[in-house]
Design a protein around this ligand. Structure first.
Ligand code: ADP
Length: 601
């Protein structure tokens, strides 16, 4: 049924555009009321959807509809029509507004007859949805568009008037223009099938959740709305806003070209559908409309940015969205977590983009941490901080699995210290600009040194000194020896106070960029060279202890060199880097394996 909803939606947008144009140019005014007319021709097996909106020129027909020839869309449509009996598949179509192309789900052929209000010519566009399209000159004299669907044999049910009437009543009631058909009893009479009133102007109590959802889909929303904000604000600037936060993210949420899209109306007259000035880009997933009697009808794109009424509306709308999100976080945690799972990564862009609201955005942001797999807020983290802990420990990385396997986490885990996981790329950008949260500084555990010696280990057996521990001087000599092997491949070598199970790990120098950020920058070609890291060694680990003894006995220098490089490469590998020299790495690895197998023979 979706095809009809999509085509009526397009027709309604076309009427919106014509109504707006005609405000400034009398010649665009339609002598008839703007409307959408549906007719069925059973003999010819066609349904026609006709509007007297803005129409399309030849170029617009080619550019807007011509892309049907693109194989991607065609393949997608073929896929969904073939598996038509699968309910899941059908609901998928409903979720992804495939727009005009959905016409081909029920038609063998589609004709589009259109005349733009800007042109004297009219055109007939025709396609079977299989290959390309044809376009030829036509002779319509009134502006508008008529879409004629040649219904497939197996879809004949759509040629029944009652079937079409039901679909329109169900999906298109909110369309602000009359959707009409010929009366089935009296062919000369037309009947309107919808309420034709702007949904957002109706009282909340008079709108059913189905009607809200239909309007959400009309705006191009996917799936169901996760939350609806429908408000009337009176004051210096008065306006009505109907905003939807979707329940799932669109596939192109992180496409740099994706912009916020709020439809702007004044007194129900559509002004624009790409008003970027009401919502900031970090809220680009929100769909909706704003209707204000205080916005000038002639507001142009350029003027929008400086329009004071719009600025006031924007401020009020964004504050409303954030306070509503805060309320949901406090009252319905489960619901809020679903939202954050979908949109958190985009939402957190606001922490560095929206200086004014930075604090409130941070306070309602959620994070995963080293304790359990639940989300936590920073306030909750701070409340759980250990006695004498005055920093918010965090580790950044690509994903949970990667950070969980980080050796740098070991000492924190063994001391019961919680570490926040910063695993969205955006975290690397707001963190450097955000020194603290509620006066607790953020501290990366993979950069510089973190002194956690004041926190006792939970299991102090592991931490106790044992008889075979190398003497301090032996470790010092080991470090000296390793430095002379690894040379300037490392910035420094230090004894770690965070490792418990791994022999080595890398950390960034205190003054350098954090390791994960550096990696992101290199991936995006913003940085050419790797910076030198500090190699931390675990002087309680058997490999390090044995190596220290080997250095002390000054036997076999070669093996010390090989093991130093293998340890360094191991530390690189856990950071997701390649070994320094893959060929040498495999040679050293084989050598050590051979030796260890010989010993055990
Ligand atoms: P969408 O509506 O999401 O942009 P569609 O595939 O449904 O995608 O339509 C593509 C474009 O074709 C529209 O954006 C519009 O410019 C144009 N269009 C479609 N139907 C009409 C119509 N009835 N009148 C005028 N233009 C139309």
């Amino acid at each position: 049924d979706i095809f009809l909803r999509e085509l009526i939606s397009n027709a309604s947008d076309a009427c919106d555009k014509r109504r707006y144009k005609s405000l400034t140019n009398k010649s665009y005014v339609s002598s008839d009321e703007l409307n959408i007319f549906i007719s069925i021709d059973k003999k010819a097996s066609t349904i026609s959807i006709k509007d007297n909106g803005i129409g399309m020129s030849k170029e617009e027909l080619i550019n807007s509809l011509g892309t049907i020839a693109k194989s991607g869309t065609k393949a997608f449509l073929e896929g969904i029509t073939k598996k038509k009996n699968d309910d899941n598949n059908l609901s998928l179509i409903g979720q992804f507004g495939v727009g005009f192309y959905s016409a081909f789900m029920v038609s063998d052929k589609v004709q589009v007859l259109s005349k733009s209000i800007n042109s004297n010519e009219s055109w007939l566009w025709e396609s079977d949805g299989q290959s390309s399209f044809n376009i030829s000159s036509a002779s319509t004299d009134k502006p508008g568009t008529e879409i004629i669907l040649f219904i497939k044999k197996e879809e004949k049910e759509y040629l029944e008037t009652f079937r079409i009437e039901n679909i329109i009543k169900k999906y298109s009631d909110h369309i602000p223009y009359p959707v009409k058909m010929n009366d089935s009893e009296n062919k000369d009479k037309q009947v309107s099938l919808n309420s034709a009133s702007a949904l957002w102007m109706r009282a909340k109590k008079d709108i059913t959740s189905d009607q809200y959802k239909e309007f959400f889909n009309h705006l191009g929303g996917l799936g169901d709305p996760w939350h609806i904000l429908h408000n009337r604000t009176e004051g210096l600037v008065s306006f009505t806003s109907l905003l939807y936060i979707p329940e799932m993210k669109p596939f192109d949420l992180f496409n740099p070209e994706r912009k916020t899209s709020i439809k702007l109306y004044t007194n129900r007259v559509f002004i624009t559908d790409d008003c970027e000035d009401i919502l900031p880009s970090y809220l680009r997933f929100i769909k909706g409309i704003v209707d204000s009697e205080d916005v000038d009808l002639n507001v142009s794109r350029e003027m929008m940015q400086t329009n004071t009424a719009l600025n006031k509306i924007s401020k009020a709308v964004v504050n409303k969205v954030i306070s509503e999100l805060k309320k949901i976080l406090n009252n319905d945690r489960e619901k809020f977590e679903k939202f954050f799972n979908e949109f958190g990564a985009a939402f957190k862009e606001g922490i560095y983009e929206d200086f004014e609201r930075k604090k409130s955005l941070l306070s309602i942001s959620l994070f995963k941490s080293s304790i359990g797999d639940k989300y936590t807020t920073l306030d909750e983290y701070v409340a759980r901080m250990k006695d004498k802990q005055d920093e918010i420990y965090y580790i950044s990385g690509e994903n949970i699995e990667q950070v969980l396997s980080s050796p740098q986490l070991e000492g924190f885990k063994s001391r019961g210290l919680e570490v926040i996981f910063m695993i969205d790329p955006v975290d690397e950008f707001w963190l450097p600009a955000t020194p603290d949260h509620e006066n607790k500084p953020f501290k990366s555990i993979t950069k510089g040194s973190v002194d956690i010696s004041k926190f006792p280990p939970l299991d102090d057996k592991k931490a106790k000194k044992s008889k075979d521990d190398p003497k301090d001087v032996e470790i010092e000599n080991l470090i000296k020896e390793m430095k002379s092997c690894l040379k300037d491949n490392v910035k420094d070598i230090k004894i770690s106070n965070v490792l418990t199970d791994s022999p080595v790990c890398l950390v960034a120098d205190e003054a350098a960029m954090d390791m994960h950020l550096e990696k992101l920058m290199r991936q995006h070609k913003r940085l050419d060279e790797e910076t030198k890291k500090i190699l931390e060694i675990n002087n309680k680990h058997i490999v390090i202890k044995s190596l220290a003894k080997l250095v002390a006995s000054s036997k076999n220098k070669n093996i010390i060199n090989d093991v130093s490089y293998l340890l360094f490469d191991q530390a690189r590998i856990v950071e997701g880097e390649n070994p320094l020299d893959i060929k040498k790495f495999t040679e050293r690895m084989s050598l050590i394996l051979t030796k260890s197998l010989e010993i055990n023979k």
